[in-house]
Write a protein that binds this ligand. Structure first.
Ligand SMILES: [Zn+2]
Ligand SMILES: [Zn+2]
Length: 209
């Protein structure tokens, strides 16, 4: 399993591509909404995209799903509780997806807590971590933990958007992510990387239930 990371746009959205080059399969996590580097990368990528996963429904992460799917294929995956961001034109517009003439991509697979997605030697385990949005997820593919807008380096996601909940976010972080054993590299939806051990020791959300 090989990881490629792209930081794009003025919001420093993190896009991740996991690849098994031998099997020729790849998984894309959060294409972002302004990301020319992603298309350059995919044009020369030897792997076929199997899954296009959105960590949650916000347009800064999902805006390019439709274009990626049209050009490179792959199945659009999102948690059931955030699917409305992609199926409702209004929700998609409201969260920034329409600013650049982007359009929603209907989900192919609705994800749930505990689901596993496999592509070549890559296995991703889905953790439902609501709070930033109702259907936010984190994805584990050891040694990596993709945390979307749930957990950041020394920080957590905002809960003041519609559907956000501070108490749910506390539970998601302290109980759901807090229950993950061992150390993993935390790869968030924006900005800097961290580690689970560092966040457990320093991020106050891990201490509060
Ligand atoms: Zn978000
Ligand atoms: Zn975001």
């Amino acid at each position: 399993m090989k990881l490629h990371h792209i930081s794009s746009s003025m919001m420093f959205v993190n896009t991740y591509i996991l690849m098994d080059e031998k099997a020729g399969e790849a998984v894309l996590i959060d294409p972002g909404f302004i990301n020319p580097e992603l298309f350059q990368f995919l044009e020369q990528c030897p792997c076929k995209l199997k899954y296009l996963i959105a960590t949650h429904g916000h347009g800064d992460h999902t805006g390019l799903l439709a274009e990626v799917k049209d050009r490179f294929g792959g199945l659009v995956c999102i948690h059931e509780d955030d699917a409305h961001f992609l199926t409702s034109e209004m929700a998609f517009r409201q969260f920034g997806g329409a600013n650049l003439g982007l359009r929603p991509a209907a989900p192919d697979i609705l994800l749930h807590h505990g689901d596993k997605l496999t592509a070549g030697d890559i296995t991703l385990t889905v953790y439902h971590t609501p709070g930033h949005t109702p259907g936010g997820i984190c994805l584990e593919a050891a040694p990596y933990l993709f945390t979307g807008d749930t957990l950041f380096h020394d920080d957590v996601g905002r809960t003041d958007f519609p559907g956000g909940s501070a108490s749910q976010l506390r539970h998601s972080i302290s109980v759901v992510l807090g229950g993950i054993e061992g150390d993993l590299q935390v790869l968030p939806g924006h900005e800097e990387f961290s580690t689970l051990a560092y966040e457990k020791a320093n991020n106050p959300y891990f201490k509060a239930v």
